[in-house]
Design a protein around this ligand. Structure first.
Ligand SMILES: [Zn+2]
Length: 174
């Protein structure tokens, strides 16, 4: 009786281990499909910088290049840094109004048309830390966040491929 219980226990252990291995492989499989989309892993995917309505994509707009995406929301809506980093710029920028640039060491993000800025140059920020609030400072027709993703040499890229399920998301969530 005792012997067969021990034997069963070993079988259960074997079953549990093989299940773990199978599930582990499946998980790695889904990660590699994300890699095919240019996303290296779940933990590298950026959150949305604010709540609001995705109101304008990256790309040519009215004969000019729109170097970021726009998220429209009420004045005072929180803007959160999408990653930890150090504040590279906090202040007025021509056209951009009150602007924050966060350096994340392998890329940068820019948050423009702020109503208020809550950080200053040289300050360290953590992921999702509030850096300011949505406004319409600079060249903006309504309250919205203009969000840019930049390479270290300040080339603006479309942020959407770095944001999980971005293309399917009509409403920005945070
Ligand atoms: Zn914009």
């Amino acid at each position: 009786m005792m012997k067969s219980l021990i034997k069963n226990k070993n079988l259960w252990m074997l079953f549990a281990c093989s299940t773990f291995i199978v599930l582990g492989c499946r998980h790695r499989g889904s990660e590699s499909s994300l890699q095919n989309q240019g996303i290296t892993s779940q933990s590298n995917v950026l959150p949305w910088p604010s709540r609001g309505r995705f109101s304008s994509p990256f790309g040519m707009r009215g004969g000019r290049m729109h170097k970021g995406i726009d998220i429209a929301a009420a004045r005072g809506t929180k803007i959160r840094s999408v990653r930890s980093g150090v504040v590279e710029y906090a202040g007025w920028m021509r056209g951009y109004g009150k602007t924050v640039i966060v350096n994340h060491y392998n890329f940068k993000t820019l948050y423009a048309h702020c109503y208020k800025i809550y950080v200053s140059k040289g300050q360290n920020v953590s992921t999702k830390q509030v850096v300011g609030t949505i406004g319409r400072t600079g060249n903006a027709t309504g309250n919205h966040l203009h969000f840019e993703y930049r390479t270290m040499d300040n080339k603006a890229l479309n942020p959407l491929p770095f944001m999980y399920r971005a293309a399917n998301q009509a409403v920005a969530k945070n």
